[in-house]
Write a protein that binds this ligand. Structure first.
Ligand code: GLN
Length: 536
């Protein structure tokens, strides 16, 4: 039996240093050397999952095949590794406590006083080892959210300490990601904040094995030596992580710095296979040497925060590279567009994507945008709420149902073209109660999507409560809005298209969640191609 090796990634000095990207890049290098690797994120907040969080709080909510609503870092893990994640890959403090409290109510602790140590820490350790014990992975990388020293991450740090002791130094190691700030007034890079955060980690009984140092300037060997001495790590375990122009450069930068070699060495994994990054580097080459350029509008209401539409933006990067094209995404706030300014606002676009979303704010702008794309033969892709808006627009402006709406926006509309399913009507809890995760969809042979996917059945991930109302299907189809993808189990409409339009597709699911570096999503690839055709 092979033992699973565990790598923990902690963060010091500052948040937003990119622990997720470092974890994903190391995982990529290990995978490229033939190891089976997965990455897990532990989030110290009390929400049971990020599904109830506003995108302004925490960026996009990423959805896995098994319907888990998760942190957006899982999107990076899947995009880098091209392997699916699941509920087991994202655990929050809320979920840990929920599970411990449920066990307490069932009497499973046999009258004991239930405490943070050992009960919460035991639950954390169990969650960390679930993936390892599945036998599917040689290496599990666990990213601890937050910054060392935070009150809320203490139980996680203690769990890592215990696990490291239980598993032994050959089977578990800690990578500490830290910041080396540059003081321009002094013209110097400073190591003190890092020394302090390593010390904070030490106070909890954890010695960092590897330091990954985020920096805007090259670290000299002298400075690395100093870090090694004062932070108690080997010289070769001080890894520079300099700002990169794209996150997809980070695996190669880590390879140059030897992060994978020092990791394998410490874990006594001495395979000498050179990492195979052929496909990855072919992607990078296409990404960096585009032969043409398109500009696509992204209409949404969270556009101020790039993280809100992370997976969509990354899917454009993958699809752009596949087409050898640079995709410029122009963010357009749906609240700022209306019938009077629409042609001005959308001027110069080669295609338009109407984004997913919740609630009433900004929807009239989205409907106006759909109308503009439909009437002007501008390639259009509507995702989830974007698809629902396309159905509403068509019902209002082509079928003539002036008050057509989704009952999410207007519960009293006489034409609920987007409706709630019977079994959703009595739901009062908000968390985890939407139609979530992977669902099958049958495609109609004579359709754009059939050509795009090159297959008759697809699996795509969902996250929504409201649905296309089949009562209006016949009328909408007769009026020219084709139904080209249907859920074989429930008969729910998943895709609409306008066959007479160069590219007009609305999908109830989220294709962006399944786009990866080596598997760019076919729908995004086709959409970017359509944008290019438009540009000519
Ligand atoms: N608010 C819509 C629904 O719940 C769409 C959700 C989404 O775009 N993800 O059905």
């Amino acid at each position: 039996m092979t033992t699973t090796k565990y790598i923990f990634v902690t963060g010091g000095v500052s948040s937003s240093l990119g622990k997720g990207i470092i974890a994903a890049s190391l995982a990529k290098l290990l995978q490229a050397r033939g190891y089976r690797v997965t990455i897990q994120k532990l989030d110290p907040y009390i929400n049971v999952d990020p599904g109830t969080l506003n995108p302004y709080e925490h960026g996009e909510c990423y959805v896995t095949d098994d319907g888990a609503e998760t942190d957006l870092d899982l999107g990076h893990y899947e995009r880098f590794l091209n392997t699916p994640t699941s509920q087991a890959n994202n655990v929050t403090t809320g979920r840990i406590y929920q599970s411990v409290i449920e066990k307490e109510r069932r009497g499973e602790f046999l009258g004991k006083t239930v405490q943070v140590v050992p009960h919460i820490t035991n639950e954390i350790k169990e969650r960390i080892q679930i993936l390892g014990k599945s036998g599917d992975y040689d290496i599990v990388i666990t990213e601890i959210g937050g910054t060392v020293g935070d009150i809320e991450s203490l139980p996680y740090i203690e769990s890592v300490r215990q696990l490291k002791w239980e598993l032994g130094d050959d089977n578990a190691l800690v990578i500490h990601l830290t910041l080396i700030p540059y003081l321009s007034a002094a013209g110097e890079l400073k190591t003190k904040p890092t020394q302090h955060s390593v010390k904070t980690l030490m106070e909890s009984g954890i010695k960092a094995d590897i330091l990954v140092c985020r920096t805007e300037h090259e670290l000299s060997q002298d400075l690395k030596n100093k870090l090694a001495l004062f932070c108690n790590v080997q010289k070769e375990a001080v890894i520079q992580s300099i700002d990169a122009s794209t996150i997809y450069d980070v695996p190669n930068l880590m390879l140059e710095e030897g992060l994978d070699v020092v990791t394998l060495h410490k874990l006594k994994l001495l395979n000498t296979v050179e990492p195979n990054l052929k496909e990855w580097n072919e992607f990078l080459d296409r990404h960096k040497n585009p032969k043409a350029e398109v500009t696509i509008g992204l209409v949404g209401k969270y556009v101020e925060l790039q993280d809100s539409y992370k997976s969509i933006l990354e899917a454009f990067t993958h699809a752009g590279a596949e087409n050898e094209m640079k995709v410029n995404v122009r963010s357009i706030h749906s609240e700022h567009i209306n019938a009077a300014n629409i042609s001005e606002e959308l001027k110069g676009l080669n295609a338009l994507l109407v984004a997913p979303g919740f609630g009433e704010r900004g929807i009239e702008g989205k409907i106006e945008a759909v109308r503009y794309a439909r009437e002007n033969n501008l390639p259009f892709l509507g995702i989830c709420l974007g698809m629902q808006m396309a159905v509403i627009e068509y019902s209002r402006n082509v079928l003539g149902l002036k008050d057509a709406n989704s009952i999410e926006m207007d519960p009293d509309t006489s034409n609920p073209v987007i409706n709630l399913m019977e079994d959703q009507k009595n739901i009062t809890e908000m968390g985890g109660t939407m139609r979530l995760g992977s669902w099958k969809c049958d495609l109609i042979k004579d359709s754009k999507v059939y050509d795009v996917y090159g297959s008759g059945t697809i699996d795509e991930r969902h996250r929504h409560r409201y649905e296309y109302n089949n009562k209006y299907k016949e009328a909408l189809e007769e009026a020219g809005l084709a139904t080209t993808g249907v859920n074989p189990k429930t008969g729910l409409v998943e895709i609409v298209e306008i066959p007479t339009h160069p590219f007009f597709v609305g999908v109830q699911y989220h294709p962006e969640y399944k786009s990866t570096v080596v598997n760019p999503h076919p729908l995004f690839v086709a959409f970017v191609k359509a944008a290019y055709e438009q540009s000519k």
